[in-house]
Design a protein around this ligand. Structure first.
Ligand code: FES
Length: 107
């Protein structure tokens, strides 16, 4: 199981054994990581799974589509170059060791 480290805005870190094939959002929810909400259930419409993705893993991820790009434009926290919707990123074995930073707010 790939180990993903979710880091809250205050630095609190949650090490999660993620399941290959689930999304980063689901890995966070299944492990009660605060700050990833996922109000829309993962259909890329709410933006409450906004996360800052470990830069070294960005090139290996599927690119954001136009809808994800639009939703990220509306998130309340600062959008950064490594901002993604965690519900749009499937976990792979290669992601072990990834850091996922959680914004200060999702609402
Ligand atoms: S869970 Fe709603 S956009 Fe990701």
């Amino acid at each position: 199981m790939p180990v993903i480290r979710f880091v809250e805005a205050d630095g609190t870190t949650h090490e999660v054994d993620a399941v290959v094939g689930q999304t980063l959002k689901q890995a966070a929810l299944d492990n009660l990581v605060p700050g990833i909400i996922g109000d829309c259930g993962g259909c890329a419409s709410c933006g409450t799974c906004h996360a800052y993705i470990d830069e070294k893993f960005l090139p290996g991820l599927p690119p954001a589509d136009d809808n994800e790009d639009m939703i990220l434009d509306g998130v309340p926290a600062t959008r950064a170059h490594n901002s993604r919707l965690a519900c749009q990123i499937p976990v792979t074995a290669e992601m072990s060791g990834m850091l996922v930073e959680i914004p200060e707010t999702q609402l």
